[in-house]
Write a protein of this length. Structure first.
Length: 546
């Protein structure tokens, strides 16, 4: 027994690590449904406690590999954050185990993946969204489903494919016995496989709206930073001067007729490393660049809060060549422990590294719809692109294209910029909007409404992207239905768990222990790593041994 449990734990850990390779920078999306299938098989027929352990054994290696880019802060941060995130997968594993005895268990299992992401996206401190199955599938057959139900529907489709593959694998194991090879047994195996294939290709039938109502010409300036890592800022004004000089070079090319004049210019988050309202030298340099290029520039800057002393705001500011600074957007979702420190007085005494966050960011209270020259853009700052509600609310408030101002210099050349870029790709399809990613050091990109990356920069290079940006007004189905699909699917997962627990008590079986499904669906399953014993072609359950 101990050897079998050790083997199952090792397989769960291996499957979790494999799931990390479905995400950038590797991008092997096909591993996402395969990993779901593996966890479904491993938790099948287990008690809730056993399923919880296997979920944790799956989740911790997954997040360790996925979040290794955080090692620039410290490997303890990687281990700690991965541990916290794995606790949600622990709950997922328990849920998969207790629902595995229900009829239609692949459906309930797929719902539980959405439930797990629903909770992890919100808890604690506003949640952490990295590692959603949808973000491994921003360029896969499942991607168009985002236009119908957003990222949650993509996650559900990937998870359903995986659980159906698990059901097909179990059916194939039954066919090892010649006596079990009946027409009905073959149908039980081919049915889930056929449905899994249908779910996989269903996205091809979803229309992704891309036709532009009109266009504007944009320039995206990537000024670069002094060095990667925690101390990317270098000396004061350096990052700002980099972006000013790159914009002045663009203005010179325009003057010489080598480049058409854009309608607007986009700078990234933190492109001004000093508050331009507080430091005249910073404001003067921005003014110089904006007047030289002759069009509005969306500038990223950290600005002192006007009334709350000690707080800072992360803003995108529309800087006009004639009127100067005007409308602005303040980041709504500051990153805990990166842009503010919860329980600062208590934790900073224990974790001295938190003292490197000297001031807390103050959150904004409205969406980032900004009239930037002729374009009504929706500003989303950095990690906000990972949260469903912020881009969705911005589009519903009238944004005709999305801009993601970001600063990934801390995590350059770690795979994190690639992981964030695919979020922009998925959001483009979800909202039917072009998405511009403007980064200080890369990766800056222009993404079409169908999720195609039209242009992109390298990392740690000074570069300027120019091109026509399509603007659209129509809302996708996903925008219209909002968060409803996620809530419905997540609640179904919870109800399935509750129903399985009630059913288990009535039958007098342990939570999650295998029982024969209606119609004998579990008959003939052998000791195959799923927790079942095979004896005379009949599945033996813990309840039957009592």
């Amino acid at each position: 027994m101990a050897r079998r449990e050790a083997r199952s734990t090792a397989l769960a850990a291996l499957s979790g690590a494999a799931l990390a390779f479905a995400f950038p920078p590797y991008g092997l999306w096909v591993l996402s449904p395969v990993a779901v299938a593996a966890l479904s098989l491993l938790t099948r027929g287990r008690t809730g406690r056993q399923g919880a352990w296997l979920g944790f054994a799956f989740g911790w290696p997954f997040f360790l590999f996925l979040l290794k880019w955080l090692h620039v802060v410290g490997w303890d941060a990687v281990v700690g954050l991965a541990l916290v995130q794995a606790l949600f997968v622990l709950g997922l594993g328990a849920g998969l185990a207790v629902t595995s005895r229900l009829a239609a268990w692949p459906l309930w299992g797929a719902c539980l993946w959405v439930t797990e992401e629903f909770l992890r996206d919100r808890l604690p401190f506003g949640g952490f969204t990295w590692g959603r199955l949808a973000f491994a599938n921003a360029d896969s057959p499942y991607t168009p489903l985002a236009a119908l139900g957003g990222a949650p529907l993509v996650t559900f489709a990937v998870a359903l494919t995986g659980t159906l593959l698990a059901a097909a694998a179990l059916a194939a194991l039954r066919l090892r016995s010649p006596a079990a090879r009946t027409a009905r047994a073959y149908a039980l195996g081919l049915g889930p496989l056929a449905v899994a294939a249908a779910v996989t290709v269903a996205g091809f039938a979803v229309p992704v709206p891309t036709k532009a109502d009109d266009t504007v010409r944009i320039a995206v300036v990537q000024g670069n930073v002094q060095q990667p890592g925690m101390h990317f800022l270098g000396r004061p004004m350096q990052i700002l001067n980099n972006h000013v000089e790159a914009t002045l070079d663009l203005a010179e090319r325009i003057k010489r007729g080598k480049e058409p004049r854009p309608d607007l210019v986009i700078w990234p988050e933190n492109s001004s490393d000093l508050d331009p309202y507080k430091w005249p030298e910073a404001g003067d340099r921005i003014e110089e660049a904006v007047k030289a290029v002759g069009v509005p520039v969306l500038v990223g800057a950290l600005v002192d809060h006007p009334t709350k002393e000690g707080y800072v705001e992360n803003q995108g500011i529309v800087w006009d060549p004639k009127k100067g600074p005007g409308a602005h957007y303040t980041k709504q979702h500051p990153v805990p422990f990166g842009e503010y420190v919860p329980f600062r007085d208590q934790l900073s005494k224990v974790i001295t590294r938190l003292q490197q966050v000297p001031r807390d960011f103050y959150p904004g209270d409205r969406t980032g719809v900004l009239q930037t020259g002729p374009a009504r853009l929706g500003d989303v700052i950095c990690f906000e692109v990972a949260y469903d509600e912020i881009p969705r609310d911005t589009v519903r408030d009238g944004a005709r294209a999305l801009v993601v101002q970001t600063n990934n210099a801390t995590y350059g050349r770690t795979g994190q910029p690639e992981q964030q870029l695919v979020m922009s790709q998925l959001r483009a399809v979800e909202h039917g909007r072009a998405v511009v990613t403007a980064a200080t050091s890369g990766i800056s990109a222009i993404v079409a409404p169908d999720g195609t990356v039209r242009q992109r920069t390298g990392e740690f290079t000074r570069d300027v992207l120019t091109g026509q940006l399509p603007l659209r007004d129509d809302l996708t189905v996903a925008d219209r239905v909002g968060a409803a699909p996620e809530w419905v699917i997540a609640i179904v997962g919870v109800l399935a768990c509750a129903g399985a627990l009630v059913l288990g008590r009535r039958r007098g079986t342990p939570a999650g222990a295998a029982t024969s499904a209606p119609g004998g669906a579990d008959q003939g399953e052998g000791r195959d790593g799923t927790g079942h014993d095979q004896q005379d072609g009949q599945a033996q359950t813990e309840g039957q041994h009592q």
